[in-house]
Design a protein around this ligand. Structure first.
Ligand code: 2BA
Length: 111
């Protein structure tokens, strides 16, 4: 058995989950935040037989879009004469489609 751990955009999560459920996969949704943008995203956990991992990945890929996001990057130049100079400039980052990890499951129990 494998555990597919997928980090997807909040807006894509409902479509990814619907399609996984439609195809008979069980999904757990967790609210998460990216360490870089500090904004919300969704982490999905899917426990699945190894033979069906590719199907899960294909569904996640087909329902996740990549997006351009502009963030404000701040730089403080404290060595400037007369005190620190504060500069802020926009930086474009591409987020997603999905970041996926596939992990081995040592043991799976349901009680
Ligand atoms: P964030 O950490 O908020 O990152 C959002 C996007 O910012 C990333 O998109 C990437 O394009 C950019 N980015 C992240 N760190 C950067 C850095 N140090 N310098 C420049 N740009 C940077 P994605 O790569 O699509 O990642 C989306 C989200 O997936 C991440 O949100 C994070 O929550 C998760 N993620 C990605 N790679 C991961 C990893 N190796 N381990 C754990 N989580 C990961």
């Amino acid at each position: 058995m494998k555990l597919v751990l997928a980090i997807v955009h909040d807006d894509d999560a409902p479509r990814v989950m619907d399609e996984l459920n439609k195809n008979g996969f069980m999904v757990t949704k967790m609210c998460s935040s990216g360490g870089f943008l500090k904004s919300g995203n969704t982490t999905l956990l899917v426990g699945v037989d190894e033979s069906r991992v590719d199907q899960v990945l294909q569904i996640i890929e087909s329902k996740s879009r990549s997006r351009k996001q502009i963030i404000d990057s701040s730089v403080t130049n404290s060595s400037a004469i007369g005190g620190g100079v504060y500069m802020s400039y926009p930086v474009e980052v591409t987020v997603g489609g999905a970041t996926v990890f596939v992990l081995d499951v040592e043991r799976f129990q349901k009680y």
